[in-house]
Design a protein around this ligand. Sequence first.
Ligand code: TTP
Ligand code: MG
Length: 381
Amino acid sequence: MSQPSQRKIIHVDMDCFYAAVEMRDNPALRDVPIAIGGSSDRRGVVSTCNYLARRYGVHSAMSTAHALRLCPDLVLVPGRMAEYKAVSDHIREIFSRYTQVIEPLSWDEAFLDVTDSAYFNGSATRIAQDIRRVIEAETGLTASAGVAPIKFIAKVASDENKPNGLCVITPEQLEEFVLQLPLKKIPGVGKVTLEKLHTLGLHTCKDVRAFPFARLHQQFGKFGALLWNRCHGIDNREIQVHRVRKSVGVERTLAQDIYERSEVLGIIDELLPKLRSRITSANVGKRIKSQGIKLKFNDFQQTTIAHTRQIYDEDYFGTLLTEVLARRKERGIRLVGLHIGLYDPEDIEQLNLPLPEPEPGSSAVTNASVDSTHVSNQSHS
Ligand code: TTP
Ligand code: MG
């Protein structure tokens, strides 16, 4: 196995993916701000939008009503999932021409390890350029790419020159790049964590390096150790060719708010067959890790309750519902979601491990096992 510093990782991410497909297929949409999502009176949410719409502040996961307030000329386009999936399959096939070590992260992005690739004399930069060229030639869509010796920097790099850009961070540039990196760019650092970090006076990786590890760990637990590693340019995660699914779920945004328990139970009944089939296709057998329920209210707050469970039990959603409804207060419910945490053999191993402590005299935690135990808000679709 190569040392992390010698690895060549490419992260490829399509530019405004769903929106780009729509602009490709309908020239009338090319020079206007567009968003993919349901119309505002049906309480839709923006899946994504083109770069023109982003200038108005529109972004993914925003309600379409809010997006239309920011950008009244916004054109709402319903999604065509089958088409996006077809493009996704196509770009994955393109990736496979360069390496077999591929970790898809979603329909439009993937990590590739090209350390052992013989193409272009082993130049990851030229491989990344060629992948972008071939994607554009064959799909008519642009992709951005990041090249780096470690995964998280490759991902950060792919975002640096978006859209239609490439950013290469060589092993020699890694240290300098990491030092100046704003913490908000580190994958896994969400809004709440960022605010907490800012309160502590931490804005860049350099700031974290100067902060006592013990305090970071005390404030953020395992995630503090993970952050400490990242801020020292450490990310020993290999490309996971076969990703272990951590959860399956289904959810539905409702056309009208509902208020009664019986109405929520009705929605749950409708969602169960889909959940069942997702559990079956995830092929996890009977053993599960947790069972959870999510509600979003008409003030856009959402809440999730998940309990540790060994065996999947559909009736148990009733118990979870009682608990989660106590948080409803007077609010209407606009979304209902069900999810199942899946058993992951790696968890057992990792949870048994003691928390990493920095070695005396060293400034970094080198135990990579903390990486995948921090699973942040996963979306269930
Ligand atoms: P992203 O790669 O996060 O976004 P993007 O490709 O639209 O834009 P960017 O140029 O910044 O990469 O997500 C890929 C697709 O996944 C996106 O086109 C639509 C879908 N998506 C959602 O449906 N909901 C979301 O909240 C997000 C973030 C993405
Ligand atoms: Mg993208």
